[in-house]
Write a protein that binds this ligand. Structure first.
Ligand code: SF4
Length: 513
């Protein structure tokens, strides 16, 4: 695909200039052609990186050694740039893995692709800006002073620097109000004079000298100012991108990819289940209390109480049950026995509902093997309305109701406070992970939660339940035939375009009551 009509020669030249530093402000969009396969791989890998940034940001204090170490490891695992100093030879060629040029190119292009996917709603924009800022902060802090200065020059970030005389005049004030400074360091370090509103973080922590509406910031803390700049630019760019989105979305190759990316789930799809039939219908009640995530526990409870679930609930819960190993026969029996206890008679069930359950198992229509919903899909699409029980309770329940629910499940008051804090910060999956830890009585879940079926598997592994389940999730994902993505790394991911089509198709078979 082509990002611009400019001539390739010009593009290559400017791209090389663009990649002369390992860190970017992403001012200039990519100007080269890339394949759809590369487009999707880059996007999925950046998304993985941003998910790690989010998880680490909640689990550790940012800028601590542990946080820095883990993030650094993920950046290099996913082949994003992390070296400031590279000699010319290894810039374009590498003995192992991609060269530094390729990494910087990927960093650049993947950022712009996710801009397209994450400019669509306020929630998405906020999430994207937060993770990109945390990533930027880590990478900027990782630079030596020399490369920080180089970055500022390259990006034309000219902040007012104090002259030697000004520094000497303000020497005492600077020493007294700047954290960790002596007379010698004052002479050696550059100080910048910026409007106080650009340095609120430093003022809040009383780390800088403040006078006449200006904050005096030492070079070592300039990251705060650069970050402000980065946030303002990114926020404006996302608003602009949102305006031009209709044009991009009219491209039928990109539209499903971009839509799905914002809901994208980048792990196991839980469609391969060798444990099919290993769970009996009698086990579902106890399993729902022990090993179901809150979303599925809520759906199960409501089904048992009301003997009915509406469309969204049947989809979410039905596919989850299929994912944990219910056979088609069991599923038909399960839904039938529950529905006929309510207002639906056996005849109506067979006419109105049985077809859709067989369809879900790939026995009707296009005979597609549908996959259970990931957390991102549950959280971001089809919010529940009155009378619905689907969705993610951490995202869609009123906090007070959520609190009552957690109390009824006998969670400790301090645990509930921690969960509600995470919910307040919009870290819904982390809140769910905390719920896992509390209900399983462990300190650290030791995994990063992305899927309700993953929650179930991990719980069963921990409780020593359904044996071979863990082994089975390690079976590589089914390589789906794919007209868009046939690069090797992409084939391991769920095929986003196909998944979108499948779910749309399946939706149409579920008539609601
Ligand atoms: Fe379900 Fe995921 Fe929400 Fe947990 S975070 S309740 S698994 S959707």
């Amino acid at each position: 695909m082509q990002f611009s009509g400019r001539r390739r020669k010009l593009a290559v030249h400017s791209q090389n200039d663009l990649y002369s530093h390992c860190l970017q402000l992403y001012v200039q969009p990519p100007l080269e052609n890339i394949s759809l396969s590369e487009f999707e791989t880059f996007a999925v890998e950046r998304l993985k990186l941003l998910k790690t940034v989010e998880n680490l940001g909640v689990s550790y204090v940012k800028t601590t050694e542990q946080y820095t170490k883990k993030l650094h490891a993920e950046i290099s695992n996913l082949n994003f740039p992390h070296k400031a100093e590279v000699d010319e030879a290894s810039f374009t060629k590498s003995q192992v893995g991609p060269s530094e040029y390729e990494k910087r190119r990927k960093d650049h292009i993947s950022h712009f692709i996710l801009r397209l996917a994450y400019c669509q709603t306020e929630d998405l924009r906020r999430w994207f800006i937060q993770q990109e800022m945390d990533l930027f902060r880590h990478r900027f802090n990782d630079l030596s002073s020399k490369y920080k200065t180089e970055f500022l020059h390259k990006n034309n970030l000219k902040y007012d620097t104090l002259s030697a005389d000004e520094k000497m005049n303000l020497k005492d004030q600077l020493i007294n109000s700047t954290f960790g400074f002596s007379g010698i360091t004052i002479v050696e370090q550059d100080f910048y004079k910026v409007p106080f509103q650009d340095a609120l973080d430093l003022i809040r922590t009383r780390k800088v000298f403040l006078r006449g509406g200006y904050a005096y910031i030492p070079h070592q803390d300039i990251v705060t100012i650069v970050l402000n700049d980065f946030r303002t630019r990114l926020s404006k760019a996302l608003a602009l991108t949102a305006r031009s989105l209709p044009a991009v979305q009219s491209d039928e190759r990109l539209q499903p990819l971009l839509n799905h990316l914002s809901h994208a789930y980048v792990g196991q799809d839980y469609s391969i289940q060798k444990n099919i039939g290993k769970i009996s219908l009698e086990q579902i009640d106890p399993l729902s209390a022990k090993s179901f995530p809150l979303c599925m526990r809520q759906l199960h409870k409501s089904l048992r109480e009301n003997h009915h679930l509406r469309h969204g609930g049947r989809m979410q819960y039905g596919l989850f049950l299929k994912g944990i190993g219910l056979t088609l026969e069991q599923a038909l029996q399960f839904w039938r026995s529950e529905f006929i206890r309510g207002k639906v008679d056996a005849d109506k069930f067979d006419k109105a509902y049985a077809y859709s359950i067989r369809h879900m198992f790939g026995k009707e229509g296009k005979r597609t093997d549908y996959t259970p919903y990931s957390c991102m899909k549950v959280i971001l699409s089809n919010p529940p309305s009155q009378g619905d029980y689907h969705g993610c309770p951490f995202r869609h329940s009123d906090p007070e109701l959520l609190k009552q629910k957690l109390q009824s499940y006998k969670l400790s008051p301090s645990g509930i406070v921690q969960i509600l804090e995470l919910v307040k910060g919009m870290h819904y999956q982390l809140a769910c992970q905390k719920y896992f830890e509390l209900t399983h009585n462990i300190e650290d879940a030791g995994f990063s939660l992305n899927h309700p079926n993953q929650y179930f598997m991990e719980s069963q592994r921990l409780l020593g339940g359904v044996k071979e389940i863990k082994k089975e999730v390690e079976v590589p994902q089914k390589v789906q035939e794919n007209s868009v993505t046939n690069g090797t790394s992409v084939s391991r991911q769920p095929n986003t375009t196909q998944a979108m089509e499948e779910m749309g198709d399946l939706d149409s078979y579920f008539a609601d009551e």
